[in-house]
Design a protein around this ligand. Sequence first.
Ligand SMILES: Cc1ncc(COP(=O)(O)O)c(C=O)c1O
Length: 364
Amino acid sequence: MENLRIPGPTPCPVDILQAMSKQMINHRGPEFGQILNGITAKLKQLLQTKGDVFVLTASGTGGLEAAIVNTLSPGDKILSVSTGVFGERFASIAEQFGADVIPLSFDWGKPADADIIRQTLQAEPKIKAVLVTHNETSTGITNDLASISSVVKEFYKLLLVDAISSLGSINLPVDDGHCDVTVTGSQKGWMAPPGLAMVSMSQEAWKANATARMPRFYFDFGKAKSYLEKGQTPWTPAMSTIFALSVSLEMMLKEGLPNIIARHARVGKVARDGVKSLGLSLFAQESHASNTVTAVAASDGLEVKKMLKILREEHQLVLAGGQQRLGGKIFRIGHLGWVAEDDIEAVISALKIVLPQAGFRKVS
Ligand SMILES: Cc1ncc(COP(=O)(O)O)c(C=O)c1O
């Protein structure tokens, strides 16, 4: 079996996989209602919110689209804070639905700067909402959401957060952090298979929803809310993934959120220290390096494609390459969800063998 160490999908514990083999039930019946209500309550605990949380049958990108179309109208001015591939995707979705997007991009590998966000909001008073990626999976950066959020709220703007690869792994108190809409996905820190996006909505987000005119049907949160009151989803849900998520949330609450966050911090450090001990450098600015994914710069002759192939074929270890313009320039180690220190120590040991075979001239 392959050792999957990409930043999602992540490996799933056996109990979670076994939950998926459960027989189908009526998605309009009482048993499903109990499961959905249980999941929703547990997600609220783990997201640290008293607001609404919806479980959508979609990948994370569907959750991002839902965040936008449920709070904005065509022509709305929005500030898109981007630190990589996923920040750009969030902006593209808003643009496709007719938002007037003001892009604010930071160098890839660097975090977003809250002071520059403040200056932009001062210069553009008509901005209605700010889009931010909490954990930029493509570059291995975790943005300082607390500082960004406090700037956004100085100006009373709506804050839409892509927390797909951070929620449930890196601390993100949704209510205390004044996040109006927050999105995550089942295949990331939640130890479940892909197929579900989980999205929170604040009171402010509902106020925006009352006048939001972007077209929506499948992702209409008005419908999601009225169905959830009956213990249902508007459309047939990905039942088996819901069974899996139900078990994973139980496991997560048993471990406890502070312990999960601390485990990811420890594992992130093992990854960073490990790659540095091999003579490699981090791609992300270390002060903001992510605890769920480590991006490593390819230097000193390292051929990323060759390295990934040898790791996969000879060590059954799967790491991720760089996306878009980072192709061939970096590789990424995913360490979120069901992961412990020794899993990443094993990655470092395999790298030590494979790096020189893939051209790296500097193994220490
Ligand atoms: C930060 C971030 N945003 C968005 C996405 C897209 O999610 P999905 O592939 O589930 O649509 C990902 C997935 O890697 C991600 O890490």
